[in-house]
Ligand binder design. Structure first.
Ligand SMILES: [Zn+2]
Length: 374
Protein backbone atom coordinates (compact mmCIF):
# COMPACT_ATOMS: atom_id res chain seq x y z
CA UNK A 1 0.00 0.00 0.00
CA UNK A 2 1.00 3.62 -0.42
CA UNK A 3 2.55 5.42 2.54
CA UNK A 4 4.05 8.88 2.89
CA UNK A 5 7.17 8.67 5.03
CA UNK A 6 8.96 11.69 6.42
CA UNK A 7 12.47 10.22 6.34
CA UNK A 8 14.30 13.22 7.75
CA UNK A 9 13.41 16.91 8.00
CA UNK A 10 12.57 18.13 4.51
CA UNK A 11 12.53 14.66 2.94
CA UNK A 12 9.07 13.24 2.42
CA UNK A 13 8.93 10.04 0.39
CA UNK A 14 6.04 8.13 -1.13
CA UNK A 15 6.76 4.46 -0.46
CA UNK A 16 5.21 1.08 -1.04
CA UNK A 17 4.84 -0.54 2.37
CA UNK A 18 3.47 -3.84 3.71
CA UNK A 19 -0.22 -4.16 4.42
CA UNK A 20 -1.13 -3.98 8.10
CA UNK A 21 -1.92 -7.31 9.78
CA UNK A 22 -5.47 -8.34 10.70
CA UNK A 23 -6.66 -6.34 13.71
CA UNK A 24 -6.03 -7.99 17.08
CA UNK A 25 -8.27 -7.82 20.13
CA UNK A 26 -9.43 -4.26 20.74
CA UNK A 27 -8.03 -3.06 17.41
CA UNK A 28 -9.53 -1.94 14.13
CA UNK A 29 -8.23 -1.79 10.58
CA UNK A 30 -9.04 1.57 8.97
CA UNK A 31 -8.95 2.99 5.49
CA UNK A 32 -7.81 6.61 5.51
CA UNK A 33 -9.98 8.88 3.39
CA UNK A 34 -9.00 12.37 4.52
CA UNK A 35 -5.89 13.76 6.15
CA UNK A 36 -5.64 17.30 7.48
CA UNK A 37 -2.21 18.92 7.43
CA UNK A 38 -1.54 20.85 10.60
CA UNK A 39 1.16 22.97 12.20
CA UNK A 40 2.60 19.91 13.91
CA UNK A 41 3.15 18.23 10.54
CA UNK A 42 4.67 21.35 9.16
CA UNK A 43 7.12 21.82 12.04
CA UNK A 44 8.03 18.15 11.86
CA UNK A 45 8.78 18.60 8.17
CA UNK A 46 10.99 21.59 8.99
CA UNK A 47 12.75 19.71 11.79
CA UNK A 48 11.43 22.12 14.43
CA UNK A 49 9.14 19.75 16.29
CA UNK A 50 10.55 18.93 19.74
CA UNK A 51 10.80 15.26 20.79
CA UNK A 52 10.16 14.19 17.19
CA UNK A 53 12.03 11.23 15.74
CA UNK A 54 12.49 10.18 12.10
CA UNK A 55 11.48 8.39 9.99
CA UNK A 56 7.82 9.02 10.79
CA UNK A 57 4.45 8.70 9.06
CA UNK A 58 2.58 11.94 9.73
CA UNK A 59 -1.18 12.47 9.89
CA UNK A 60 -3.34 12.90 12.99
CA UNK A 61 -6.38 14.73 11.58
CA UNK A 62 -8.21 11.89 9.96
CA UNK A 63 -11.49 10.94 8.37
CA UNK A 64 -11.52 7.14 8.15
CA UNK A 65 -13.64 4.11 7.35
CA UNK A 66 -13.58 0.91 9.40
CA UNK A 67 -12.50 -2.07 7.27
CA UNK A 68 -12.25 -4.77 9.95
CA UNK A 69 -12.66 -5.02 13.69
CA UNK A 70 -10.80 -7.33 16.11
CA UNK A 71 -12.48 -9.14 18.97
CA UNK A 72 -13.79 -7.20 21.91
CA UNK A 73 -15.10 -4.17 20.01
CA UNK A 74 -18.60 -5.32 19.16
CA UNK A 75 -20.06 -1.81 19.04
CA UNK A 76 -17.82 -0.75 16.16
CA UNK A 77 -19.23 -1.71 12.78
CA UNK A 78 -17.38 -2.45 9.57
CA UNK A 79 -18.06 0.39 7.16
CA UNK A 80 -18.50 3.00 9.91
CA UNK A 81 -17.20 6.50 9.11
CA UNK A 82 -15.14 7.73 12.01
CA UNK A 83 -13.05 10.55 13.41
CA UNK A 84 -9.85 9.38 15.08
CA UNK A 85 -8.90 10.47 18.56
CA UNK A 86 -5.14 10.37 17.93
CA UNK A 87 -4.11 10.62 21.59
CA UNK A 88 -3.23 7.05 22.43
CA UNK A 89 -3.09 7.06 26.22
CA UNK A 90 -1.74 4.16 28.27
CA UNK A 91 -4.79 3.65 30.46
CA UNK A 92 -2.87 2.87 33.64
CA UNK A 93 -0.77 5.90 34.61
CA UNK A 94 -1.99 8.27 37.37
CA UNK A 95 -3.28 10.78 34.81
CA UNK A 96 -5.23 8.10 32.92
CA UNK A 97 -6.66 6.72 36.16
CA UNK A 98 -8.00 10.19 36.90
CA UNK A 99 -9.57 10.39 33.45
CA UNK A 100 -7.18 13.05 32.12
CA UNK A 101 -6.12 10.84 29.24
CA UNK A 102 -5.18 13.91 27.16
CA UNK A 103 -2.09 14.41 29.33
CA UNK A 104 -1.24 10.74 29.91
CA UNK A 105 2.29 10.38 31.26
CA UNK A 106 3.03 7.85 28.50
CA UNK A 107 0.99 9.55 25.79
CA UNK A 108 1.66 8.48 22.21
CA UNK A 109 0.09 10.71 19.62
CA UNK A 110 -0.74 8.94 16.36
CA UNK A 111 1.28 10.70 13.68
CA UNK A 112 3.66 12.34 16.14
CA UNK A 113 5.23 9.83 18.53
CA UNK A 114 4.12 6.81 16.51
CA UNK A 115 3.34 6.43 12.81
CA UNK A 116 0.08 8.14 11.86
CA UNK A 117 -2.49 8.15 9.11
CA UNK A 118 -0.78 9.46 6.00
CA UNK A 119 -1.08 6.04 4.42
CA UNK A 120 -3.81 3.97 2.85
CA UNK A 121 -4.60 1.69 5.78
CA UNK A 122 -3.61 1.41 9.42
CA UNK A 123 -4.35 -0.41 12.66
CA UNK A 124 -5.61 1.71 15.56
CA UNK A 125 -7.19 1.00 18.95
CA UNK A 126 -10.90 0.60 18.33
CA UNK A 127 -11.69 2.75 21.35
CA UNK A 128 -10.01 5.74 19.64
CA UNK A 129 -12.50 5.67 16.76
CA UNK A 130 -15.58 7.88 17.03
CA UNK A 131 -18.28 7.04 14.53
CA UNK A 132 -20.35 9.88 13.10
CA UNK A 133 -22.30 8.68 10.05
CA UNK A 134 -23.72 12.12 9.25
CA UNK A 135 -20.33 13.72 8.66
CA UNK A 136 -18.27 13.71 5.49
CA UNK A 137 -14.71 12.42 5.66
CA UNK A 138 -13.44 15.99 5.32
CA UNK A 139 -15.55 17.04 8.29
CA UNK A 140 -14.41 14.04 10.28
CA UNK A 141 -10.81 15.10 9.70
CA UNK A 142 -11.67 18.45 11.31
CA UNK A 143 -13.06 16.91 14.48
CA UNK A 144 -9.62 16.57 16.07
CA UNK A 145 -8.63 20.25 15.81
CA UNK A 146 -12.14 21.30 16.79
CA UNK A 147 -11.92 19.15 19.88
CA UNK A 148 -8.92 21.20 21.03
CA UNK A 149 -11.20 24.22 21.27
CA UNK A 150 -13.96 22.20 22.91
CA UNK A 151 -11.51 20.93 25.50
CA UNK A 152 -10.13 24.41 26.26
CA UNK A 153 -13.61 25.77 26.88
CA UNK A 154 -14.66 22.71 28.91
CA UNK A 155 -11.52 23.09 31.01
CA UNK A 156 -12.74 26.35 32.57
CA UNK A 157 -16.46 25.60 32.78
CA UNK A 158 -17.44 28.85 31.09
CA UNK A 159 -20.73 30.17 32.40
CA UNK A 160 -23.52 31.62 30.27
CA UNK A 161 -23.09 35.38 30.08
CA UNK A 162 -19.47 35.22 31.19
CA UNK A 163 -17.09 37.60 29.46
CA UNK A 164 -14.43 35.73 27.51
CA UNK A 165 -11.53 37.01 25.44
CA UNK A 166 -9.87 34.85 22.79
CA UNK A 167 -6.43 36.07 21.74
CA UNK A 168 -5.46 34.66 18.36
CA UNK A 169 -8.02 33.89 15.67
CA UNK A 170 -6.18 31.06 13.95
CA UNK A 171 -7.96 27.75 13.50
CA UNK A 172 -7.67 26.75 17.15
CA UNK A 173 -8.74 30.22 18.29
CA UNK A 174 -11.76 29.98 16.00
CA UNK A 175 -12.66 26.66 17.58
CA UNK A 176 -12.37 28.22 21.04
CA UNK A 177 -14.64 31.09 19.95
CA UNK A 178 -17.19 28.66 18.57
CA UNK A 179 -17.38 26.64 21.78
CA UNK A 180 -17.32 29.71 24.01
CA UNK A 181 -20.34 31.00 22.09
CA UNK A 182 -22.06 27.65 22.50
CA UNK A 183 -21.43 27.94 26.24
CA UNK A 184 -23.28 31.27 26.12
CA UNK A 185 -20.26 33.47 26.78
CA UNK A 186 -19.96 37.11 25.70
CA UNK A 187 -16.95 36.77 23.40
CA UNK A 188 -14.29 39.23 22.30
CA UNK A 189 -11.53 38.22 19.90
CA UNK A 190 -8.15 39.87 19.48
CA UNK A 191 -5.68 39.34 16.65
CA UNK A 192 -3.01 41.19 14.71
CA UNK A 193 -4.41 40.20 11.33
CA UNK A 194 -7.08 42.43 9.83
CA UNK A 195 -8.02 39.56 7.55
CA UNK A 196 -8.71 37.23 10.45
CA UNK A 197 -10.66 39.91 12.32
CA UNK A 198 -12.77 40.65 9.27
CA UNK A 199 -13.48 36.97 8.98
CA UNK A 200 -14.63 36.80 12.62
CA UNK A 201 -16.85 39.86 12.14
CA UNK A 202 -18.48 38.25 9.17
CA UNK A 203 -18.91 34.85 10.75
CA UNK A 204 -20.07 35.99 14.20
CA UNK A 205 -21.61 39.48 14.19
CA UNK A 206 -22.12 39.39 17.96
CA UNK A 207 -18.43 38.81 18.68
CA UNK A 208 -16.43 41.98 19.47
CA UNK A 209 -13.15 42.21 17.56
CA UNK A 210 -10.02 44.08 18.65
CA UNK A 211 -6.92 44.79 16.60
CA UNK A 212 -4.05 43.76 18.87
CA UNK A 213 -1.62 46.03 17.02
CA UNK A 214 -3.31 49.16 18.34
CA UNK A 215 -3.25 49.48 22.16
CA UNK A 216 -5.33 46.38 22.76
CA UNK A 217 -5.79 46.88 26.52
CA UNK A 218 -7.23 50.36 25.95
CA UNK A 219 -9.47 49.00 23.21
CA UNK A 220 -10.67 46.25 25.51
CA UNK A 221 -11.38 48.76 28.29
CA UNK A 222 -13.19 51.01 25.85
CA UNK A 223 -15.83 48.35 25.62
CA UNK A 224 -15.95 46.96 29.13
CA UNK A 225 -14.32 49.54 31.42
CA UNK A 226 -12.75 47.84 34.42
CA UNK A 227 -14.98 44.81 34.05
CA UNK A 228 -12.37 42.77 32.24
CA UNK A 229 -12.93 39.24 30.90
CA UNK A 230 -12.97 36.52 33.55
CA UNK A 231 -11.68 33.99 31.04
CA UNK A 232 -8.86 34.85 28.63
CA UNK A 233 -7.79 32.18 26.16
CA UNK A 234 -4.46 32.71 24.43
CA UNK A 235 -4.36 30.61 21.28
CA UNK A 236 -1.40 32.31 19.64
CA UNK A 237 1.54 30.15 20.70
CA UNK A 238 3.41 33.45 20.71
CA UNK A 239 5.58 34.34 23.69
CA UNK A 240 4.97 38.08 23.62
CA UNK A 241 1.24 37.65 23.24
CA UNK A 242 1.06 35.10 26.03
CA UNK A 243 2.94 37.38 28.42
CA UNK A 244 0.76 40.33 27.44
CA UNK A 245 -2.41 38.32 28.03
CA UNK A 246 -2.02 38.49 31.83
CA UNK A 247 -3.09 42.14 31.74
CA UNK A 248 -6.43 41.39 30.07
CA UNK A 249 -7.73 39.12 32.84
CA UNK A 250 -10.22 40.32 35.47
CA UNK A 251 -9.43 40.13 39.15
CA UNK A 252 -10.25 36.58 40.16
CA UNK A 253 -10.23 35.45 36.51
CA UNK A 254 -8.53 32.67 34.58
CA UNK A 255 -5.88 32.77 31.88
CA UNK A 256 -5.83 29.70 29.67
CA UNK A 257 -2.83 28.96 27.49
CA UNK A 258 -4.15 26.96 24.56
CA UNK A 259 -1.19 27.58 22.26
CA UNK A 260 2.38 26.87 23.28
CA UNK A 261 5.90 27.82 22.27
CA UNK A 262 9.42 26.66 23.07
CA UNK A 263 10.58 28.86 25.92
CA UNK A 264 9.70 30.51 29.21
CA UNK A 265 6.71 32.61 30.19
CA UNK A 266 7.39 35.24 32.86
CA UNK A 267 4.95 37.51 34.66
CA UNK A 268 4.96 40.09 37.42
CA UNK A 269 4.15 38.15 40.54
CA UNK A 270 2.62 40.99 42.61
CA UNK A 271 0.20 41.66 39.77
CA UNK A 272 -0.59 37.98 39.50
CA UNK A 273 -1.31 37.82 43.23
CA UNK A 274 -3.16 41.11 43.39
CA UNK A 275 -5.64 39.76 40.85
CA UNK A 276 -5.60 36.26 42.32
CA UNK A 277 -5.37 34.87 38.82
CA UNK A 278 -5.71 31.24 37.86
CA UNK A 279 -3.36 30.12 35.10
CA UNK A 280 -4.25 26.99 33.14
CA UNK A 281 -2.69 25.06 30.30
CA UNK A 282 -4.64 22.89 27.92
CA UNK A 283 -3.31 19.93 26.03
CA UNK A 284 -5.04 17.91 23.33
CA UNK A 285 -8.56 16.76 24.14
CA UNK A 286 -10.17 13.70 25.66
CA UNK A 287 -12.68 11.29 24.20
CA UNK A 288 -14.95 12.01 27.15
CA UNK A 289 -18.35 13.60 27.13
CA UNK A 290 -16.83 17.02 27.57
CA UNK A 291 -14.77 17.00 24.41
CA UNK A 292 -15.04 14.67 21.44
CA UNK A 293 -18.21 12.87 22.37
CA UNK A 294 -20.02 16.08 23.14
CA UNK A 295 -18.77 17.55 19.93
CA UNK A 296 -20.09 14.64 17.94
CA UNK A 297 -23.29 13.84 19.75
CA UNK A 298 -24.65 16.48 22.07
CA UNK A 299 -24.02 19.47 19.87
CA UNK A 300 -25.10 19.62 16.30
CA UNK A 301 -21.66 18.67 15.10
CA UNK A 302 -22.59 18.88 11.48
CA UNK A 303 -23.63 22.47 11.81
CA UNK A 304 -20.59 23.44 13.84
CA UNK A 305 -18.25 21.88 11.38
CA UNK A 306 -20.00 23.38 8.46
CA UNK A 307 -20.31 26.89 9.83
CA UNK A 308 -16.90 27.22 11.37
CA UNK A 309 -14.54 25.33 9.18
CA UNK A 310 -16.44 25.30 5.95
CA UNK A 311 -16.46 29.06 6.21
CA UNK A 312 -12.84 29.26 7.20
CA UNK A 313 -11.79 27.22 4.25
CA UNK A 314 -14.05 29.09 1.90
CA UNK A 315 -12.70 32.38 3.19
CA UNK A 316 -9.19 31.16 2.65
CA UNK A 317 -10.03 30.17 -0.83
CA UNK A 318 -11.31 33.63 -1.64
CA UNK A 319 -8.60 35.41 0.26
CA UNK A 320 -5.49 33.92 -1.12
CA UNK A 321 -5.19 31.32 -3.79
CA UNK A 322 -1.50 31.00 -3.15
CA UNK A 323 -2.05 28.72 -0.23
CA UNK A 324 -3.92 26.09 -2.13
CA UNK A 325 -1.86 23.29 -3.45
CA UNK A 326 -2.45 20.12 -5.28
CA UNK A 327 -0.17 17.96 -3.28
CA UNK A 328 1.31 17.70 0.15
CA UNK A 329 4.85 18.35 -0.96
CA UNK A 330 3.90 21.75 -2.22
CA UNK A 331 2.27 22.56 1.09
CA UNK A 332 5.25 21.47 3.08
CA UNK A 333 7.73 23.23 0.85
CA UNK A 334 5.98 26.57 1.25
CA UNK A 335 8.20 28.99 3.12
CA UNK A 336 7.05 29.64 6.68
CA UNK A 337 7.41 33.41 6.36
CA UNK A 338 4.99 33.47 3.46
CA UNK A 339 2.61 31.50 5.55
CA UNK A 340 2.93 32.96 9.02
CA UNK A 341 0.21 35.55 8.76
CA UNK A 342 -2.15 33.32 6.92
CA UNK A 343 -5.75 33.07 8.01
CA UNK A 344 -5.50 29.57 9.39
CA UNK A 345 -2.44 27.61 8.63
CA UNK A 346 -3.79 24.63 10.45
CA UNK A 347 -5.92 23.60 7.52
CA UNK A 348 -3.74 24.41 4.59
CA UNK A 349 -4.98 21.54 2.65
CA UNK A 350 -7.16 18.52 2.91
CA UNK A 351 -5.99 15.59 1.02
CA UNK A 352 -7.86 12.72 -0.39
CA UNK A 353 -4.86 10.69 -1.36
CA UNK A 354 -6.55 7.36 -1.06
CA UNK A 355 -9.80 8.05 -2.81
CA UNK A 356 -11.64 5.03 -4.19
CA UNK A 357 -8.77 2.78 -3.25
CA UNK A 358 -6.37 4.37 -5.69
CA UNK A 359 -3.62 6.86 -5.23
CA UNK A 360 -5.33 9.83 -6.77
CA UNK A 361 -3.66 13.02 -5.65
CA UNK A 362 -4.66 15.45 -8.39
CA UNK A 363 -8.08 16.38 -6.99
CA UNK A 364 -8.12 20.09 -6.45
CA UNK A 365 -8.61 21.69 -3.12
CA UNK A 366 -11.65 23.43 -4.43
CA UNK A 367 -13.30 20.13 -5.19
CA UNK A 368 -12.42 18.82 -1.77
CA UNK A 369 -13.82 21.90 -0.12
CA UNK A 370 -17.09 21.51 -1.92
CA UNK A 371 -17.26 17.92 -0.79
CA UNK A 372 -16.30 18.92 2.73
CA UNK A 373 -19.06 21.49 2.85
CA UNK A 374 -21.68 19.15 1.49
ZN1 LIG B 1 -1.60 7.10 30.88
Amino acid sequence: MKTFILETPGALRLAETAEPPAPGPGEALIRVHQVGVCGTDYHAFLGEQPFFTYPRVLGQELGVEVLAVGTGSADLEVGARCAVEPYFSCGHCPACRRGTTNCCVNLQVFGVHIDGGLRERAIVPAVRLHAAPALSFAQLALVEPLSIGAHAVARVNLAAGERALVVGAGPIGLAVIQFALLAGADVTVMDISEQRLAFCRQLWPRVTVIDARDEPLAALQDGVGDDLPTAVFDATGNQRSMMASFQYVAHGGRLIFVGLFQGDVTFHDPDFHRRELTLLATRNATGSDRDLSELLEQFDAREILHVTFGSVLTARNAADQRYFYDDLMDVLRAHPDAYADDLERHFLRHLRPFAQGSWSMPRTTRTLLKEGDA
